[in-house]
Design a protein around this ligand. Sequence first.
Ligand code: HEM
Length: 282
Amino acid sequence: MKLDSLIPAPLRKPAKPGEGNGAKGAAPADLKTAPPERPSDAKRIAERAVEAPVDVLAWVDQRTAASGFLTGLLYRKVPKGTNWFYTLGSATLFAFIAQAVTGVFLAMYYTPSTTQAYASIAHINNDVFLGQFVHGMHKWGSSLMVILIFLHMGRTFFFGAYKYPRELNWVIGVVLLILTMTMAFTGYLLPFDQRSFWATVVGVNINGTAPVLGPYLSDFLRAGPEFGATTLSRFYAIHMLLIPVLIAALITIHLYLVVKLGTTAPPWLKAKLPEPLEKERV
Ligand code: HEM
């Protein structure tokens, strides 16, 4: 595929007179030679088909100017010394996406009712095609996301990335951490077996010990004074609707700020000062 074909037609550099094969192109060297054979229809259609994806992208790009935005996003400069620790944020993002995708498939078979929840999970594990695999990915993925988010937070802390001008991104990160922990907590109840039931009773009671707001918080989580059917519905709604939407929105703002502010250089790299100041540095 010619490189030129990657650029939308209106943006291509026009050929100079005497060059190229357009109307103003150079005359054939020898007019007596036979003109090149016209390609067959099938060949022309095949050539167009190969270019179709690029044409579609160019069509969208002419109407959205998205390529400028994406170029700025993907080709932005990163500081010297950027290393593997900087991938922990993206790894957390990947874990969140994996949780969202596997969660959608689990929601297709899960029943949030006290009498059927356990049976529906058993059905997913025993009968549904790849059910145990997807359930396993979701279950282990939740622990992975929690581990990754802590490692990412550790990286930003030890590299001093929470300092000016990135304080707001740190605060957004703290909210993301709380929301991620809440996802793990609310998800744990959903299988509704003995372990998840009693662990959640303990968790809700611990929440209730917080000063002033504690009792209101545990009432809200239980959806009333008793632990029961309404609690399961409440946890399910929080787990699969409320928090994922909040996390997705906050990640968008978090990443906007990362792109806008750039990432911090590792703390062991010192910026080079202008010559006279560099000499004075101790
Ligand atoms: C769902 C959770 C999160 C996702 C998907 C996420 C994603 C990212 C990504 C992709 C980056 C840029 C690359 C990198 O440094 O790894 C980043 C940077 C950053 N994140 Fe997060 N993050 C999350 C949670 C957190 C948490 C919990 C904190 C701290 C409490 C935090 C604080 C920061 C800060 C301060 C930066 C800027 C780093 C710098 O300038 O060097 N993030 N985040």
